[in-house]
Design a protein around this ligand. Structure first.
Ligand code: ADP
Ligand code: MG
Length: 256
C-alpha cells in the first residue's frame, strides 16, 4: 500500500468529515488485508466504524450540552424502594413515545423521592435515542431569563430553553416567583407547547401553583398548556436520602 494513496485517502476523508477513516485509514486497510476481506466487507467495516465513532461523538456532545447534574439511569433506580411508584409508567416515559408527540411529564413528591433522578434518566434516554435534552432548575432559568431581559437579550436566552427536544425544569415550587418571573416561565411553556417536551419536578401539588407563581390566572395559563398532554407521576414515599435513618429507626422499633 503506497503512502501516497493513504495520504490521499486521509485528505479525502478529512474533507468529507470522516474523521475516523482520516486517522485510521492505514490500520483499517491492514485489518481488512489480515482478514482477507472482500471489497464489500471492507467498505462495510470502514463505514461502520466511522458511523459508530460519529455516534459516540454525538452522544458525548449531546450529553455535555444537556447539562445534567448526573447521568444516572433507570437501571440505577431501586423501584422496590418506592412501591407506590408506577414503574411501568416511568419505563414508558423512558421509551420516549411521549416526546414524539411533544408531550410533557411531571414528577411530584416530597424531597429525596427520586424526582430529579428519574427526570434525568429520561433525559439520558432521550440523548441515547438521538434527541437533544437540556436541564435547568426553575430558579436558574428564571434568573438567566430575567438578566437577559434586562439587557434586551431575552430572545437569545429564550432559545436555550426552546431548542432541545426535552427540557427538564427541576425544582418548581421551592421558591415563589414574582409576576414578571412567572410571565417568563409562561413564555417558555407556551412557546414549547406541542413543539417540544417539558419534564417538571416539583414538591408542590398543582393546586399550590397559584402561590408559586403569585398570580392564579398566570398559574392556570401555565398549567393549562403544560397539562394538556402530560403524564403526571406522583411519588408519595420515603426519602432515599433518609433511608439509613429510616432503617435504623425501624430496627430500633423492632428491638424495642
Ligand atoms: P428528589 O429530586 O425527589 O429530591 P433525587 O432524585 O435528587 O430526589 O434523589 C436523591 C438521591 O437519592 C439521588 O442521589 C438519587 O439518585 C437517589 N435516589 C432516590 N431514589 C432512589 C431510588 N429509588 N433508587 C436509587 N437511588 C435513589
Ligand atoms: Mg430534586
Amino acid at each position: 500500500m503506497s503512502e501516497l494513496t493513504v495520504n490521499r485517502i486521509a485528505a479525502h476523508a478529512r474533507r468529507l468529515g470522516l474523521r475516523l477513516i482520516a486517522e485510521d485509514a492505514a490500520e483499517l486497510i491492514q485489518r481488512a488485508s489480515d482478514a482477507q476481506l472482500g471489497y464489500a466487507d471492507f467498505l462495510d467495516l470502514a463505514l461502520g466504524e466511522e458511523a459508530a465513532a460519529k455516534e459516540d461523538r454525538r452522544y458525548a456532545s449531546a450529553l455535555r450540552q444537556a447539562g445534567l447534574p448526573h447521568h444516572k439511569t433507570l437501571d440505577d433506580f431501586d423501584f422496590a424502594f418506592q412501591p407506590g411508584l408506577d414503574a411501568r409508567k416511568v419505563r414508558d416515559l423512558a421509551a420516549l413515545t411521549f416526546t414524539a408527540r411533544a408531550g410533557n411529564a411531571a414528577f411530584l413528591g416530597p424531597p429525596g423521592t427520586g424526582k430529579t433522578h428519574l427526570a434525568c434518566a429520561i433525559a439520558v434516554s432521550a440523548v441515547t435515542a438521538g434527541h437533544s435534552a437540556y436541564f435547568t432548575t426553575l430558579d436558574d432559568m428564571v434568573r438567566k431569563l430575567r438578566a437577559a431581559d434586562d439587557t434586551g437579550d431575552l430572545n437569545r436566552q429564550m432559545r436555550t430553553y426552546l431548542r432541545s427536544s426535552v427540557l427538564v425544569i427541576d425544582e418548581v415550587g421551592y421558591l415563589p416567583l414574582d409576576r414578571r418571573d412567572a410571565n417568563l416561565v409562561f413564555q417558555v411553556i407556551a412557546r414549547r407547547y406541542e413543539k417540544g417536551s417539558v419534564i417538571i419536578t416539583s414538591n408542590k401539588a398543582f393546586t399550590e401553583w397559584g402561590q408559586v407563581f403569585t398570580d392564579e390566572v398566570l398559574a392556570t395559563a401555565i398549567l393549562d398548556r403544560f397539562l394538556h398532554h402530560c403524564d403526571v407521576i406522583t411519588i408519595d414515599g420515603p426519602s432515599w436520602r433518609m433511608r439509613n435513618q429510616t432503617m435504623a429507626t425501624t430496627a430500633d422499633k423492632t428491638v424495642s
